[in-house]
Design a protein. Structure first.
Length: 273
């Protein structure tokens, strides 16, 4: 990939998608773990305290409590069990509570032993990920890529525009080898490059004009000595020797004419065939 535009687009897309992707992964990791037990267990203890204090009266339907002869099954979470019992003791309740993981599914259940040896089972709040989580995540990443690509293409075009301007100006080199004037606009680097190209063009133009003047002067100055030599050749005694001199002078004359014609064509580009 040698195009500067494509490199810029790829760099911008990779940067934007990388940053947003890392941020998304961080959010998912934090959300996936759910709220910490320090926030959940006080709420569970409050529900258990209401159940213990309401019994043996009827428990309102608003309390999602299930009464059983044994605690909920599943692996016991010792840290959260200790935290829940500590909170209940600080609330003045001398009861035993157990926190178990649900068997075969996410979530937890908290069980508290009542005074009649029954167990009240309360479901611990658990934030589950939305259904088709990976499909939602794929759509989210696709939107990020599409938006990042659009933004990257636009800004890459803006950044490349001065370089394209320089490329277009350099491609318009005339037949005299002189660069067209490049507008000195854009960033500091682009202005410096355009200024250097304009200086180079000025020096090239000066050198070409000096060369043309030298060639024109040489071609013109050759005329006078060649005329004198032609007059002298006419008075030579031998015809063969005179013809050789005249032939060489004609050749020199053609060379001088060619030099002068070259200068005229460089000055007047409309005469170029």
């Amino acid at each position: 990939m040698t195009s500067l535009r494509r490199r810029l687009i790829l760099l911008l897309v990779a940067s934007i998608v990388g940053v947003v992707g890392l941020a998304t992964a961080a959010v998912i990791s934090v959300r996936g773990g759910g709220p910490p037990p320090e926030l959940i267990m006080p709420w569970v203890a409050q529900q258990m305290e209401l159940v213990v204090r309401l019994l043996p009266s009827q428990i309102p339907d608003v309390l999602p409590v299930q009464l059983s002869d044994h605690p909920a099954g599943g692996r016991v979470d010792r840290d959260e069990t200790a935290m829940l019992n500590d909170i209940l003791r600080r609330r003045g309740l001398d009861v035993l509570a157990v926190v178990n993981d649900k068997a075969g599914e996410p979530g937890q259940l908290a069980s508290v032993r009542l005074h009649d040896n029954r167990w009240a089972i309360i479901e611990v709040p658990h934030i589950t990920p939305p259904k088709r989580e990976w499909l939602v995540l794929a759509g989210w990443i696709s939107l990020i890529v599409a938006g990042a690509t659009a933004v990257s293409v636009y800004f890459a075009s803006v950044l490349i525009r001065p370089v394209e301007m320089l490329e277009a100006a350099v491609s318009k080199i005339g037949s005299d080898g002189v660069l067209a004037a490049v507008p000195e606009v854009g960033s500091a680097e682009v202005k410096a490059t355009a200024h250097a190209l304009n200086q180079l063009s000025s020096r090239l133009k000066t050198a070409m004009e000096s060369r043309m003047r030298l060639v024109a002067a040489a071609g013109h100055d050759l005329r006078t000595p060649m005329t004198r030599m032609r007059l002298r050749a006419e008075f030579l005694a031998g015809n063969e020797e005179r013809e050789k001199w005249l032939h060489d002078l004609d050749e020199l004359d053609r060379i001088a004419d060619s030099a002068i014609r070259l200068v005229r064509e460089e000055v007047d580009q409309d005469a170029v065939e």
